[in-house]
Design a protein around this ligand. Structure first.
Ligand SMILES: [Zn+2]
Length: 506
């Protein structure tokens, strides 16, 4: 690490607490760590040889954490997929070729930096190349090159690839023969073959990335209906042995809620708890359809729930009951899922969307999330979800130096009433385009619209080239088959979701 840096912002928010906001402070950084947060005059005297960066019209706060995304640097819209029901949206990928995981993940990481994100969770994702380990290693190389901090999920999925259980056999039996044949053909496995090979893959990756300052690993079992009981048990116990997390999707869609009633009559989180999968290192993405009993288990076991508000709206999954989660004392974080409302990677905008969707139109409704709760979601709570707590999430001496400088110009100009708390105004008005500087592990990686060490245009070009190459599947008939399948899926899930066992809870 070369040389110390001292930053002098107009305002410093060292912790996710509006009360911690102070003017006249600076942050000294060296060897990847925050060395001091102190009065600017003191720091100028103590760090005479340091690079001094003046940011008088900015607020510096801990770097933002995008606690759930999949490294999709080109959005699904950009790749030609319309927003749709989650289940048909996922299935539509069957008709396409294999994307270059490195190229698109590198673009995702670069765009996150440009939006002030310093740390992220890369949830399970497979490009279906048949060599999942190479995909994972390419993605890890992309994050490492860009320099963002990442918790990488080693994914797993061993059931429900065509439709959710327990309806697979009945669904297949109702398909025309040619579609059955197409679905039954021995396609490449999406992830490692089974629990044992997933655990072996984790062991190899841990051996190679042990001690890496910016990379952590966790298991990413896709979701309760996508992973068998035996695999859940095996991964949960191995995660416990290694002291790593489990990051899953759960109760994301109405169809998932409907099958959960059949598969897990006692409740999906009660089932996961019995299998040893509910711990303080467990992270649940979406959780749109959780009820109070679910929330009680999540709160009691100390798991984290990630809000993905834009994605939930776009894929017709609804609005997660955020204020009820907060009332239960559940730790909440925020993620873009690479499908934010405006199809960008603007995490501050997603946070604002989550906050506003929590404003229930009833006089007796619980209060919407506070400024401090929202700040915690993007910082300390995200750090827990990404397995980097307590080293990141606050700016204090000894912590890793992950921070973002956000311009206050758009928030405050031409006028901001002195009675309006600055941090509340920032959360109401600021977005990714206001990010002036992003630092990860003591290195400035993004400043004034540019990556400092990489060429954004080259990264974008490489991702676009990868998309062009993957546009058509090797087997041209696949696209047509995928379209035929779509109509059957719609009929199937309409029936599943209309079944009498489904309650309207949520
Ligand atoms: Zn996701």
């Amino acid at each position: 690490m070369s040389g110390a840096i001292v930053l002098f912002p107009g305002q410093l928010l060292p912790r996710p607490s509006a009360a911690s906001l102070r003017a006249g402070l600076g942050v000294a950084v060296e060897d990847g760590r925050v060395m001091e947060v102190a009065e600017a005059a003191l720091l100028r005297a103590r760090w005479p040889g340091a690079q001094q960066i003046e940011l008088p019209d900015c607020l510096i706060m801990p770097g933002l954490v995008n606690a759930h995304q999949h490294g999709r640097g080109l959005s699904q819209v950009q790749l030609g997929y319309h927003d749709d029901y989650l289940e048909t949206w996922i299935a539509s990928r069957r008709g396409r070729g294999v994307l270059d995981a490195y190229a698109v993940t590198r673009l995702a990481a670069a765009r996150m930096l440009a939006n002030g994100v310093t740390c992220t969770v890369h949830a399970n994702y497979s490009y279906g190349s048949g060599d999942y380990e190479s995909e994972l290693r390419a993605q890890l190389a992309a994050y490492d090159e860009v320099g963002i901090r990442v918790a990488m999920c080693v994914g797993a999925m061993d059931r429900g690839q065509i439709v959710y259980p327990p309806h697979e056999a009945c669904f297949m039996a109702g398909l025309p023969g040619e579609l059955q044949q197409w679905l039954n053909r021995s396609g490449a496995p999406l992830y490692a073959r089974d629990a044992a090979s997933t655990i072996a893959l984790m062991a190899r990756l841990q051996a190679d990335f042990r001690g890496h300052p910016r990379i952590r690993l966790c298991y990413g079992p896709a979701g309760p209906q996508w992973v068998s009981e035996a695999t859940w048990s095996a991964l949960a116990s191995d995660a416990g042995r290694r002291g790593i997390g489990l990051h899953l999707h759960a109760l994301e869609s109405p169809a998932q809620q409907a099958v959960a009633k059949e598969l897990f009559p006692g409740g999906v989180f009660a089932w996961l708890e019995k299998l040893g999968a509910m711990t303080p290192r467990t992270v649940i993405a979406h959780g749109v359809w959780a009820n109070d009993a679910d929330m009680e288990i999540i709160a009691r076991t100390g798991a984290t729930v990630v809000r993905n508000p834009g994605c939930n709206l776009r894929l017709r999954n609804g609005i997660a009951p955020m204020v009820r989660y907060l009332a239960h004392g559940v730790r909440l974080a925020i993620g873009t899922d690479n499908a934010s409302l405006a199809d960008d990677e603007d995490l501050l905008a997603e946070l604002r969307l989550a906050a506003n969707l929590a404003r229930e139109p009833r006089w007796d409704a619980p209060p919407p999330p506070s400024v401090d709760q929202l700040l915690a979601m993007t910082t300390v709570n995200g750090a827990v979800a990404a397995q980097f707590a307590p080293e990141v999430g606050t700016l204090e001496a000894g912590k890793r130096a992950d921070l973002v400088a956000i311009s206050l110009v758009r928030t405050c100009a031409p006028y901001l009433d002195p009675d309006m708390p600055l941090v509340a105004a920032l959360l109401a008005r600021a977005g990714g385009s206001d990010v002036r500087l992003t630092m990860v592990d003591g290195r400035i990686l993004y400043r004034d619209g540019r990556l400092t060490g990489l060429d954004m245009a080259e990264i974008e070009q490489a991702a676009a080239d990868a998309a062009r190459r993957a546009r058509l599947p090797a087997d041209a008939a696949s696209r047509e088959r995928a379209q035929q399948l779509d109509a059957h899926l719609r009929r199937h899930y309409r029936a599943v979701s209309d079944s009498p066992s489904r309650s309207g809870a949520g």
